[in-house]
Design a protein. Structure first.
Length: 423
């Protein structure tokens, strides 16, 4: 708790601008954009005229949450609530870590990983969504209905928590998720106009400068590519020739990832206590690296899910989790500290992006392979038909003693014939 308190104190001092963090002001989204949405949402409607509103309807609750602290200004109240959500995650991980068969490694991943991202963590509402996701995964084993409800609510906050259900094996979790999603969505659709306008805005996004696909254009700019970098739909994106092609490829890769997850789900037969968390971590990693956008706050999701995985002693996600934590450090170097270099596509900015995205790709591949290895049993080689072997033995027994071919002893067993050797 001491390490958590000290590191979070510095994060609060940065977002409150007692200390100035290098790079662009990451708190402007809260004081300007979030506060502007707050003024619209409190009147009972979504910001339909703002294309930067690209969130599911329950996100309104996160934006409106500072109203519970009326004695503070909007930005300060938001930062305090973000810090409280951070503390909730730590408490959940500590409570889980002291149980039999569990470990406190997960709590340490959260304590160390979050501050490596800098003040961006408290200047976005992703830490609140991550708190819901962590609670859902930790409830999964004993309380599948609660897990499904929390996953559905999280998905209506920011979509990605729907992936938590990938490894759920109990129908109660899926049924609870469906009922919760339908009920909450219906309430917002009836109470507030434009609850699902975000779907249109999301479809018009391009390739953000920090994504894996953007590396193509960072390199291409040095070889005469005629595009540009501009603020588009609320993020800094590449605009110009072939951007649509790269964005389409990213969507196709996302579809491939979905197909792989479906195949894994159909082939998996060993579901261990940590499989639910491992599958969620793998799914979010894969969808992150194939996304058209990898904003710095996305790393908060991965740190939270990695922390849940490492609460289990038997998990095989130690290496991918370590790679994610290292990627957090590289992320803060590229945003906000070195974001000017990233936008300029200079050598320093490109190096940071290649390292960070490379770490995430390696983490995704190794995590996916580990998930497959631990849950999908290897195929067994088929045994030779018994009838053929018996027939061969009979024919050998009938041969005369002077035959040119030596008879096979009936007591001999050829390699591969014993069932024990095929396991």
């Amino acid at each position: 708790m001491g390490t958590w308190g000290l590191t979070r104190l510095f994060l609060m001092l940065f977002v409150l601008k007692v200390f100035v963090f290098p790079g662009p002001d990451v708190t402007s989204d809260v004081s300007a954009i979030y506060h502007g949405w707050y003024e619209v949402l409190r009147d009972g409607t979504f910001p339909l005229d703002d294309v930067t509103w690209q969130y599911p309807p329950a996100a309104a609750l996160a934006i409106l949450s500072p109203a519970v602290l009326p004695f503070l200004d909007y930005a300060t109240a938001f930062f305090v609530l973000a810090c409280l959500a951070d503390l909730v995650v730590l408490a959940l991980l500590l409570y889980t870590g002291v149980r039999p068969g569990r470990t406190l490694r997960g709590a340490w991943v959260w304590v160390v990983g979050v501050p490596l991202l800098g003040p961006t963590v408290y200047a976005r509402y992703d830490v609140m969504v991550t708190a819901v996701a962590v609670a859902a995964l930790l409830a999964g084993a004993r309380h599948p209905r609660l897990m499904g409800a929390l996953a559905a609510f999280g998905a209506l906050l920011k979509v990605w928590p729907a992936l938590l259900l990938v490894g759920a094996v109990r129908r109660r979790a899926w049924a609870s998720a469906a009922v919760t999603a339908a009920a909450v969505a219906a309430v917002f659709a009836l109470a507030m106009p434009g609850a699902f306008a975000f779907l249109t805005f999301q479809g018009d996004r391009g390739t953000e400068v920090e994504s894996v696909g953007a590396l193509v254009f960072h390199v291409a700019r040095h070889y005469g590519w005629e595009g540009q970098v501009a603020l588009n739909y609320g993020s800094i994106e590449f605009l110009g020739p072939y951007v649509d092609t790269v964005s389409t490829v990213a969507l196709l890769l996302t579809a491939v990832v979905f197909g792989w997850l479906l195949m894994w789900r159909l082939c998996a037969t060993r579901f261990l206590p940590h499989t639910l968390a491992d599958a969620a971590f793998v799914a979010v990693l894969l969808f992150t690296v194939t996304s058209r956008v990898i904003s710095p706050q996305y790393m908060v999701w991965l740190v939270g899910l990695a922390a849940v995985c490492l609460c289990f002693r038997a998990t095989g996600m130690t290496l991918p989790a370590a790679l994610v934590v290292i990627a957090c450090l590289v992320t803060v170097l590229e945003f906000p500290i070195g974001f000017g270099h990233v936008v300029a596509s200079d050598a320093y900015g490109m190096t940071l992006l290649f390292i960070r995205n490379g770490l995430l790709v390696i983490a995704a591949v190794t995590a996916a392979l580990e998930l497959w290895r631990t849950t999908v049993p290897p195929r067994r080689a088929p045994l030779p038909p018994i009838t053929d072997r018996s027939a061969g033995a009979k024919e050998t027994a009938k041969e005369p003693l002077g035959s040119s071919s030596a008879p096979m002893p009936l007591s001999r067993v050829e390699p591969g014939d014993s069932p024990a050797t095929t396991r």
